[in-house]
Each structure stands twice: as C-alpha cells, then as structure tokens.
Design a protein around this ligand. Sequence first.
Ligand SMILES: Cc1cc2nc3c(=O)[nH]c(=O)nc-3n(C[C@H](O)[C@H](O)[C@H](O)COP(=O)(O)O)c2cc1C
Length: 400
Amino acid sequence: MRGRVVLGVCGGIAAFRAVEVLRALVKASCRVFPILTKNATRFVTPRTFAVLSRGPAQVSLWGEPTSPGIDHIDLARRADLLLVAPATANVLAKMAAGIADDALTTYALAHRGKVVLAPAMNTFMLKHPATQQALAVLKDRGVVVVEPVFGLLADGERGVGKLAEVEEIVGAALAALPPRGPLAGVKLLVTAGPTREPLDAVRVFTNRSSGRMGVALAVVARELGAVVSVLAGAGLAVPAGMQVEWFETAADLGRLLEARAAKADAVLHAAAVADFRPASVATGKLDRRQGTLQVALEPVPDLAAGMPRANGRPYLVIFAAEPAIGLEERALRKLSGKRADAVIANPIDEPGLGMESARNRALVLSRLGLRRELPAQDKESLARELLLTLAPELVSAHRP
Ligand SMILES: Cc1cc2nc3c(=O)[nH]c(=O)nc-3n(C[C@H](O)[C@H](O)[C@H](O)COP(=O)(O)O)c2cc1C
C-alpha cells in the first residue's frame, strides 16, 4: 500500500473529475477515504466514490458512526495526505480561516499530514482578493497547491481557473506521500525515448523507440515509492506531474546525464540513443534537385559507457535490444563492456514484442549474478516485474 489519502471533493462543476483522481490513486495502490461536501453531491453521488474506494464516502458529520471513536479524529490519526480536488473558493476560504462547519472542513482541521489542494473555479472567483489571500495563507502553511490552468471554463468563458490535469494532481499527491513501498526513497533517473539527430534544418535521423518502456518504468517506480525523474526524448507522452527534462540529440542527453546522474541512486537507461549521426548538419533545407545525396555518418560516443560514476554509483541499468538468438551472450558482453550493474535484454525480432508494440519480454542479468526471465506481457506489468526483480539491488544502492 502506497499511502492513505483522504480525498475531499467540493461543489464545483469539476467534481466529476474527482472520480478519475480517485481511480488513479487506487491504481497507484493508495487507500482512499472520500469526503464530499453537501454541495458536491449536487454534481456527483457519494455512491460512486464509495464503490470505487471500496469504503464509505462521508458527506455529513452526523451520519451513523462507523467506529466507536470520533470518525474524523480517527481518520486523521491514520491518513498520510489530504487531497482536495476540486477545491472551491468557499472551501479554500474556510480552510484558510479555520472554519469547520461540515465533514470536509472539520476533517481538514483535525488532519495532521500533508495537504494538497487543486482549486477550480471561474476566473473572477479565482482572482478575487479573498481567494488569493486564502491561497497565500494556505501556501504559507506548507499546503501544496496544484495551480488551476487556462482553458475553456464551464461558464463558457476562457480564462484561468480550470482544474489541473488529473495526472498532475495525482503526481503531486503521490510526491507528497511519505516514501513507502519496495523502492521507498530510492532516487531513480530514467531515460526514455528516441534521440533525433539533425540532417538539415527540418530533417532528423531517429529510431523506432516509442519510449513506452521507459515511461512505464518511471510511472511504476513512482508507485513503488521511488523518487523519480525522467530524461525524455522530444515528443514523448510523459504523464503530467512527473519531474521531466527533454532531450533531442544524444549530445543533449549526454549533457543532462552529466548534470543529473551523480545525484541519482540508480539510472535506468532505457532511451534508444543513436549509434550514428550525420557528420555535418546542412544549413537550411536540402533540395531534392541536388540529386543523390551522400550522407557521412559518424559514431556517437557511448553514453552508457561514459556515464559519470564514482564508487560504483549510480547503479546503472542498461537495455539491450538484440536478436533473440544469442541474446544472453550479447547482453552479458554489453553488461561488462559498459561497466553496467544490470542489463535488461529484449529480442528485436519476435512479432508483436519490443520497440513499437505495447508488449515485451525480458531477460534480467546483473553483475551480482541475478538472472531472471520475464515472460511476454504488457509493458506496464513488465516494468513492475523488472523493478521488483531489481529492487534489492536498487535499494542497496540507495544513500538517504
Ligand atoms: C453550476 C455551478 C457550478 C459551480 N462551479 C463552481 C466551481 O467550479 N468552483 C467554485 O469554487 N464554486 C463553484 N460553484 C459555487 C459553489 O457551488 C458554491 O460556492 C458552494 O457554496 C460551494 O460549496 P462547497 O464549497 O461546500 O462545496 C458552482 C455553483 C454552481 C451552481
């Protein structure tokens, strides 16, 4: 279990999005305790929240008690986080002032863990000095605010006030939970996606990597309690709320690794980095009328082998996408050649698996003698198995 989250839902038009927030939290192995304001029930029903959280959804302070104690005090003893999404102007003002006149705001006063708020409202309500003052007071108390974004609001106007993306809200909530899980507190740097090496002003050499495996590793590692940052190839779909920096070329990625790798406990180097790039980049756009084009390619320095490391840190996991025949020998050669700690080998020539597909299989080998074959499955469940397989070695690389 990743953590206990009290999910406050207020009476705003974005209340239906709280259902998605709840589902994402449950998927991330959180126990969720919903509390709806009375006005929230005009937009969504407590039953939906009860069913999806597999527990009671509280609306009133005065319902049948679920325990011999006082419900909101008992819950506050156990909860790690209060997440209010959406938070109305009304609830923000009440929380800032310490008003406790319903189940949610009373709970908020009793709560002792972290608080994350995701406000959503009409632009003028948001900009009103009363709301701004409430937000300033709450931030000053250490509350994390997932800022509302610009967009088309329910009132038909365009402006700031739209609820942030669900992934961003859930990302902020997971980041605020105390580290728990098999990778608790391990600082992981994940590289993902293809590099793009320019040929001229508009064309690039790239590869077929979808980046899905790297993104799945990042998402699952965060669910398992790791502190994750991602170095992602241009255009990759990385869930909002994930700490991410972007690269285009192998040289960009090299610079990012130089700056970031030493601070990580472990690097999962899943990016598909070019082996060759055009030796020179043409200015402007090459013209087809020039006829046949000869492009000289030069080798790209090996980023995995050149990873900045001191005293065996960070723990380095590399990927080897190779033909199925001879996979293990090639993977072992890569492991020692690149001075890596573990290698995840995948076949490139089995239909329906690997680079552009949603499924893959893997063979995990580590320098300490670990050897495990993981059967073909979707990349997210494979990521979970890979991380759980490597967890003991990743955890021993962790320096608090
Ligand atoms: C259709 C409708 C949509 C509303 N949407 C919002 C909203 O997005 N944000 C907000 O702060 N208030 C919104 N309100 C106003 C709140 O419902 C109102 O301030 C209410 O008292 C909030 O109750 P609660 O904060 O206890 O949930 C809306 C009201 C109506 C009628």
